[in-house]
Design a protein around this ligand. Structure first.
Ligand SMILES: Cc1ncc(COP(=O)(O)O)c(C=O)c1O
Length: 336
């Protein structure tokens, strides 16, 4: 099966990370370092933040759910956007929070409406940039203006799971913002550009006082030794990052332009996936599966006419486009 449903890196794990994980496995008879000292030191050096400002999670999903549990009491509010990542809803449910979902604008975050939706009970706002599943992107200036206007009692969790895929022109310095804003958490992951989805490593960056609020809700030993070792190795592998970035940029063009050439609407995407309006999305999904290609349906997001396709290797993208073309031909033949 060609897996293009979960926005993983088509290059798989970097080699050095595999070696590091295998070496760490030899020690797996012991508990891992529950504080992740070495990975935090490596992140601290790379990002220029104190280790005390870093929270490690079993994937960034755990950073999201911990944020809600640490910062929101039952009955208090969480705000996120329509077409936001599904885990925000789960985080709100686990925290017994009141979850306000603000209608999207052009499939992306409507920051003005989100600011309006914040009330005295709101404690947490989730924003993903780029957003999954829509691939929409908020420019740094717009985002920063929103963050500066958020009341002090509200924390914003800026979910940057796909930030490594931004072009140089799109990049902004969220870690720099953390130094100025005591109510900002930036969440990142090793699951996408770093190629470690199966090992489950994510992290949050915040001022130390805010990061410390996560500690009481963080499960003990939430990251395994092989995961910690692989992440430190992947972080150091700049060549793999460069390759992943270039491959994604070219593949996203190939897939987006190819789908549009087949008459399908695609949203411009800043991530490692494209969202395509397929019309008969269920039919296309089934047809792709029959060809051994798994892509994501988006019914759970209220987007039943759309599919999300992860950018693959060039030949994999070609396989997707060929399968879509074959589906269209057979659908056309069936109606004549
Ligand atoms: C927007 C967004 N945030 C967070 C995640 C969580 O990824 P992980 O838990 O693997 O770090 C994903 C995964 O698809 C995502 O799309």
């Amino acid at each position: 099966m060609l897996h293009l449903a979960a926005n993983e890196n088509p290059l798989g794990m970097p080699h050095g990370a595999q070696t590091a994980a295998q070496q760490a496995l030899a020690d797996a008879g012991r508990y891992p370092d529950g504080s992740g000292v070495q990975l935090k030191a490596a992140l601290s050096a790379r990002l220029g933040v104190a280790p005390e400002g870093i929270v490690l999670g079993s994937g960034s999903c755990e950073i999201l759910t911990m944020a809600a549990q640490a910062l929101v009491r039952p009955g208090e509010g969480i705000v996120s956007s329509q077409y936001g990542f599904l885990v925000y809803g789960q985080a709100a449910r686990l925290a017994h929070a009141v979850h306000t979902v603000v209608p999207a604008r052009d499939f992306g975050h409507d920051l003005a409406a989100m600011a309006q939706a914040i009330d005295a009970g709101t404690r947490l706002v989730f924003i993903a940039n780029p957003n999954n599943p829509t691939g929409t992107f908020l420019a740094g200036d717009e985002l920063q203006a929103f963050l500066r206007a958020v009341p002090a009692q509200v924390t914003v969790l800026l979910d940057e799971a796909y930030t490594e895929y931004l072009t140089p022109a799109q990049r902004y310095d969220a870690v720099g913002w953390v130094r100025q804003l005591p109510n900002l958490v930036v969440a990142r992951t090793f699951s996408k550009a770093y190629g470690l989805a199966g090992l489950r490593v994510g992290y949050g960056i915040a001022q130390p006082a805010l990061a410390a609020r996560f500690e009481p809700v963080r499960p003990r030993f939430n990251l395994t030794g092989p995961a910690l070792a692989a992440a430190a190795a992947a972080l150091a592998d700049d060549a793999f990052q460069a390759r992943s970035h270039a491959l994604n940029l070219a593949g996203r063009e190939q897939l987006g332009q190819g789908l549009q050439a087949l008459g399908l609407r695609c949203l411009p995407s800043a991530g490692n996936f494209v969202m395509v309006e397929a019309g008969d999305a269920a039919g296309l999904h089934r047809a792709l599966l029959a060809q051994g290609i798994a892509v994501a349906t988006l019914d759970a997001y209220g987007l039943p006419r759309w599919l999300r396709i992860t950018v693959g290797l060039p030949e994999q993208n070609t396989r997707v486009l060929d399968a879509v073309r074959a589906f269209q031909s057979s659908a056309a033949a069936a109606t004549t």
